[in-house]
Design a protein around this ligand. Structure first.
Ligand SMILES: NC(=O)C1=CN([C@@H]2O[C@H](COP(=O)(O)OP(=O)(O)OC[C@H]3O[C@@H](n4cnc5c(N)ncnc54)[C@H](OP(=O)(O)O)[C@@H]3O)[C@@H](O)[C@H]2O)C=CC1
Ligand SMILES: CC(C)(CO)C(=O)C(=O)O
Length: 303
């Protein structure tokens, strides 16, 4: 397997897979790569800390050659460059599974790598690069959902499910992965848009009638756009996600709020911005997502 982007997501899941005995080749760059080469890759997690003293790691994916599975864990602005870089890793049966947020990622991967390579995927976790060479996992959630776009349970999907099971990763094979990706997207568009634009955690956002309406409407617009694109989301799915939000910890925030507060680049154009863009193409009104995209536009690029 290869992990393209050894960050919060790639570093966490890759480390688990490597510790379970799988041949995992990590791809990283910069100070993070240097630190991992010098001191190994460390994951701090409430489920138990992990350490790979000498992981196979490179910044030259072409040296790795074809693999069974590529997990893509780069931020969305790096998708096209990463897709070109992993071309030498993709053989006839290789599954490229993006763990990124958003719904546009697999469209970009298909354009670069062809339809056959792309297996849909989505992940549920909160993990970040705490320091070069060190990944910090918050909470205990660590789940992958993946599947072929046609819904078939192919040997490559089943083999990866088994690998995850051996590695102690909660893994679910979806027969409607497009819908599974949209389900996460709906929730994340609401959580990221509402927490980042108010600069508040979920607890306060859901308890004030106005910010609760903001949260619900951001999700409802995403549902309307998904349904207009033919995704089988129930019409009341936003209300379902609002009930889900009511059960989550009050201090929960989206990674986009954390990025905003730390002055990092934002994935906004691929979240609320993408709802707005897709809505315009389908004739679906998305005033709340468009407003969030406009309000936060100044912060998308740091500096
Ligand atoms: N973190 C989380 O908890 C969750 C994240 N996601 C999604 O997963 C995706 C990844 O997020 P996250 O793990 O937080 O991102 P990170 O920034 O933590 O990790 C991405 C890593 O990939 C590296 N990278 C990018 N391009 C290359 C390249 N060409 N060669 C080598 N290394 C490269 C980056 O290096 P550099 O820093 O130099 O750019 C960085 O170290 C995002 O789409 C995010 O929305 C989804 C669920 C949860
Ligand atoms: C909501 C969460 C933590 C779920 O994985 C996420 O994807 C994000 O904040 O980017």
């Amino acid at each position: 397997m290869a992990i393209m982007g050894t960050g919060g997501v790639g570093g966490y899941f890759g480390t688990r897979l490597a510790l379970a005995g799988h041949d995992v080749q990590f791809i990283a760059r910069g100070r993070h790569l240097d630190a991992i080469r010098a001191q190994g890759l460390t994951v701090r997690s409430p489920l138990g800390d992990m350490h790979l003293p000498h992981p196979a790691i490179t910044d030259r994916p072409a040296d790795i050659g074809p693999v069974d599975v590529v997990l893509l864990g780069v931020k969305l602005w790096d998708t096209e460059t990463a897709a070109q870089a992993i071309r030498p890793l993709v053989g006839p049966g290789t599954a490229v599974i993006s763990l990124q947020n958003g719904v546009v990622k697999d469209e970009m991967l298909r354009a670069a790598l062809g339809d056959a390579a792309v297996v849909g995927g989505v992940c549920y976790i909160a993990a970040t690069i705490e320091a070069p060479g060190v990944i910090a996992h918050s909470g205990t959630l660590q789940k992958l959902v993946f599947g072929e776009y046609g819904g078939q349970r192919t040997p490559r999907v089943e083999a990866f499910r088994q690998a995850c099971e051996q590695a102690g990763i909660e893994a679910v094979v979806s027969e409607d992965i497009a819908r599974a990706i949209w389900e996460k997207f709906v929730f994340l568009v609401g959580l990221s848009g509402a927490t980042a634009s108010t600069r508040c955690a979920l607890g306060p956002v859901r308890s004030h009638p106005a910010s609760r309406r903001l949260l619900l409407t951001l999700m409802a617009e995403a549902v309307a756009v998904g349904r207009a694109e033919g995704v089988a989301l129930p019409p009341d799915y936003a209300e379902d996600r609002l009930r889900f939000c009511d059960q989550l910890p009050a201090d929960m925030t989206a990674s986009m709020l954390r990025d905003l507060l730390q002055g990092h680049r934002l994935e906004l154009p691929w979240l609320s911005g993408d709802v707005s863009r897709r809505g315009a193409l389908r004739g679906v009104a998305t005033p709340y997502n468009s407003a969030v995209a406009d309000i936060l536009a100044l912060h998308v690029q740091p500096g």
